[in-house]
Design a binder for this molecule. Structure first.
Ligand SMILES: Cc1ncc(COP(=O)(O)O)c(C=O)c1O
Length: 436
């Protein structure tokens, strides 16, 4: 590990007394009152006023008719994916997934929770490359995937770091091919998108929509997630599945496989106290992104981009991408890495280690799913066709792989909404010193 504290480039830089986090929970006090209310009234299980209230409030905020509170965003994604599979291919045997052997087009640069449910349901994830305008699923690569696998009927799409993807194009492509969309808005609650001329919220843009209240998200319940839909039938089905699929009999009677995925009324109390602060958190995150954009503008880096005409992100994470010409050597193994310092250049691993040395937390851009050992045998489609095996020992040049490039040159900066401008100035200073 490089000794940044004794590196002359960092002379005079003071370590943060309290760690500056990538994204940590922000409690306001109301959370305690609603949790206390649940305990005082003895409604501490998976039924209660907090659950009812947050389902109503989130449905209203996002602009959908129904919301089902669940134990995690992952639970929501699982049931959304299963519901899509059942709609497309019918009910599966108890020991089989609804997507058995079926291809599903998936976001590539995302957290694995977005797309693992495809495997839970025995489906075959095909990873779709990323575009450079918003760092989300590339519509051109999606079109190419439908050319290669025309029978595919399901798309699982995430909005990375709170920045909406190109939903007009993706919804148009899905419609043209009769495909359904599972929308993973776990990172993007509160982000808006200009959908065919009218503003809409992420979480309302797919056929089955999911959000998360994980501890690092824009608002949190300490854990939790929600399934969002305009269909009463789908909402009822997800609620039933999430509470062990009980039939209307006096005894435990089951005609479908069940899950224990419902949210507790205590967790819902935390979320109930957070919802009034959602817009305030978004404003704080936006200010963080804008201060980075200004503070890093003289460096050979660019901030994570967004479509300024058609979207308004929630700015959950601020990221930067180092220009190719300013990349210092950096190599990564499966679990380790090496970098060298070069004057005028830097690398994500150098910056992340420098930040860590002074007690601030960043993270590499999410490693693309097609590069993950578990998914290496799965197809990966770029705008040019298959992204696998593109190099040729006898011909120079290889095809583009946008996700791999973002992972190599990009990093997530400390983006905590409680970070002060003074703390952020110090982080910006540390990043400048990396390029000295
Ligand atoms: C894009 C994305 N999808 C899904 C999840 C899973 O949500 P949860 O942690 O609530 O299960 C997360 C984060 O945790 C995420 O970032």
């Amino acid at each position: 590990m490089h000794d940044f504290r004794n590196d002359p480039r960092f002379q005079g830089v003071e370590s943060f007394d309290k760690k500056v986090w990538l994204a940590s929970p922000t409690m306001h006090g109301e959370e305690q009152e609603w949790v206390d209310d649940a305990i005082r009234t003895n409604w501490v299980s998976t039924v209660g006023a907090n659950i009812n209230e947050i389902e109503k409030q989130i449905a209203e905020y996002v602009g959908v008719r129904y919301a089902v509170a669940l134990s995690a965003g992952t639970a929501s994604l699982h049931l959304a994916t299963k519901l899509a599979g059942e709609k497309l291919y019918g009910q599966a045997r108890p020991y089989e997934g609804t997507l058995q052997g079926r291809k599903v087009f998936c976001s590539d640069v995302t957290f694995d929770a977005s797309i693992n449910p495809v495997a839970y349901e025995d489906g075959d994830a095909v990873f779709i490359d990323t575009e450079t305008d918003t760092w989300n699923m590339d519509p051109a690569a999606l079109e190419k995937a439908f050319e290669l696998y025309p029978d595919t009927r399901l798309i699982v799409l995430a909005h990375l770091y709170g920045t909406p993807g190109k939903m007009n194009e993706i919804r148009r492509i899905a419609k043209a091919h009769g495909a359904l969309i599972v929308e993973d808005a776990a990172e993007s609650l509160g982000a808006k998108y200009l959908l065919d001329g009218g503003w809409a919220e992420t979480g309302a843009l797919g056929d089955y929509n999911c959000i998360s209240f994980n501890g690092n998200k824009i608002i949190t319940g300490s854990a939790g997630g929600m399934f969002l839909t305009d269909s009463k039938e789908d909402a009822d089905k997800v609620r039933k599945w999430s509470t062990q699929s009980r039939e209307a009999a006096p005894w435990y009677q089951h005609e479908e496989i069940g899950y224990n995925y419902r949210m507790s009324n205590i967790i819902a109390g935390v979320i109930r106290g957070q919802i009034p602060h959602l817009d305030e958190h978004i404003a704080q995150k936006k200010a963080v992104w804008e201060r980075y954009e200004k503070g890093l503008s003289d460096l050979p880096v660019r901030m994570n981009p967004w479509d300024r005409e058609r979207s308004l992100p929630n700015f959950w994470l601020s990221c930067c991408l180092i220009d190719e010409a300013a990349m210092a050597p950096q190599v990564r193994g499966e679990q380790d890495y090496l970098f060298t310092s070069v004057s005028g250049k830097s690398s994500p691993q150098e910056i992340l280690d420098a930040l860590a040395a002074f007690n601030a937390e960043g993270r590499p851009v999410w490693k693309p799913m097609h590069m993950q050992p578990i998914y290496r045998t799965h197809a990966f489609i770029t705008a040019e066709g298959s992204g696998r095996g593109r190099s040729n020992a006898y011909i120079a040049g290889t095809g583009a792989d946008v996700g791999a490039d973002l992972f190599r040159r990009g990093l997530c900066l400390p983006s905590d909404n409680k970070m002060t401008p003074e703390q952020q100035d110090r982080i910006i200073d540390i990043i400048h010193r990396c390029f000295q």
